[in-house]
Design a protein. Sequence first.
Lengths: 329, 324
Amino acid sequence: MSRELTYAEAIREAIDLAMARDERVFLFGEDVGVYGGAFGVTEGLYQKYGPERVRDTPISEAVIAGVATGAALTGMRPIAEIQFMDFITLSMEQLVLQAAKLRFMLGGKVTVPFVLRTPAGAGTGAAAQHSESLENWFVHVPGLKVVMPSTPADAKGLLLGAIEDPNPVIFVEHKLLYRVKGEVPEGYYTLPLSRSQVKRSGRDVTIVATSLMVSRALEAAAQLAAEGIEVEVVDPCTLKPLDSDPIVRSVVKTGRVLIVHEACKTGGFGGELAAVIAESEAFDFLDAPIRRLAGLDIPVPYNRELERRMVPQVDDIATAARRLVREAH
Amino acid sequence: MNELFADLTPERLRDLLHQMLLIRAFEESAEQLYLQGLIHGTMHLSIGQEGSAVGACAALRPTDYILSTHRGHGHCIAKGARADQMMAEFFGKESGYCRGRGGSMHMADVDTGNLGANGIVAGGVPMAAGVGLSIQMQRQDRVVLVFFGDGASNEGAFHESLNLAAIWNLPVIYFCENNQYAMSMSIARASKVDRISDRAAGYGMAGVTVDGNDLVAVYRETHAAAQRARGGGGPTLIEARTYRWKGHSKSDKQRYRTKEEVKEWQDRDPIARLVRHLIEAGLLSEAGLGDMQARVDAEMAAAIEFAKNSVEPDPATILEGVYA
């Protein structure tokens, strides 16, 4: 059985189910309690589980990451929230130099099973310090996992999968997806991490997209279908460790690939994806160069129109995919 | 309670002296092995600081946790680790505590509650709040003691962690080994307050400064802090004033301090002090001390042999341990 939930409701339901099922799971972060989280994601959980398991913290992002690490190291299953992904810059030392490396440095004798949830992305008029998409920083760090769900059903299943995972997981939610609705199965279920999903099948061109860009790619695909162009949309869901096979298989089939993400292009995840494809057997099947469509290399602007132009929109994706299909062999 | 020895029995005192001698022997061996080219990398020796390491850990139970620092060999031994597996780790061998992956700066022995040394100044301090919360939420009869230096007390993470532990009443002992220098920067130049423990007041927690070269005094204050934490009284900041006799690491030319200053602190050797007190009290003889030193020397020789004879990690296992 399933019913329609928003992405935010699906995340809340996942946290609720995990907390009901496992006493070791607890939620903490800035304003996650009575306030219900800056985006309302954790509403009602404080009332249900009380102040010990749903904890408001001071504005202290370094120690939020430290608490997640220390508690995970000693038998708990923390879910930390960093209120905006931008603020994760203040948590970097504990995440990158401690949580990610502890297991390796200690010869594999410990595990650090926590989930750090954080809302990312532009489109809310919050300007340059509340709109970041920094996922690729964490992709670069061995020991961390990076998950970016694009639908309510994926968000629920991947979050429960991340909570069960014995490693530190950076779980990147998109603010503009919070109110998006979708069918979500009832009850407890997990989606395995490191499993790319083909969200739409097509033979002419592959679009690999992440997070909010998946739904935009699907909209673009619907437009292009009316023009006779069949787009295949692949969502990695987990950026690290990446399940590259479905991506490579898709490019082998279509011979053309457009990579779309919101984060700035330079040094973004698209570069890694392009390299993975170029190094794979798909290289010999490419009928056109690998293309990337990504955020402009600028801080997120405040002005509504400038902000819109900074991030790939449906028309931009459709235009880029159409051009790619029409490129000569 | 005996003024001089608190509630420590003669047997326990001799055991603690043995630990201090073992730490010094470990550090001296480490330095020699480095000079012989048998160990690579760098190391941070804790010679002169044995009183704070052993005094602090003596007040803990085997089930309690510690988080340690880059100058952590002494903490590791004091919490109960074996010298041979430590030395093997130092040699980068598979039989080392971290299978040769961590080395001196990440020495850990999870089985004795040592959650690891740390290469980042104040790196363990935020984690300590997490360990404390974990203990509190699991209703465990444990405490966590996090070692850090005077330098760490000026990191932002120090502030966040102490504040959180205080408001959540966490069973954490913040144990500052003030060895007077953050590499070359003296605490006198790095802080406007005289006592690092005074900062505790800013978090609403108990703070105390103790002579770090007086093992019994360190034990007494740490024991009080552990009792407070176990009884739900929350965290304590302890500042143990001590001194590192050697440079910060192997590259240190020690231009920032005088030979006279070093000599002055060497005259306050924590080991010589406990030896003197034990002999004066009739709890140790010169012959007994000689036997103890001989046992320590034999233990170190065996540890070095174990390390030398252990196998290197198999390169085929290089990817192990990144993910669980």
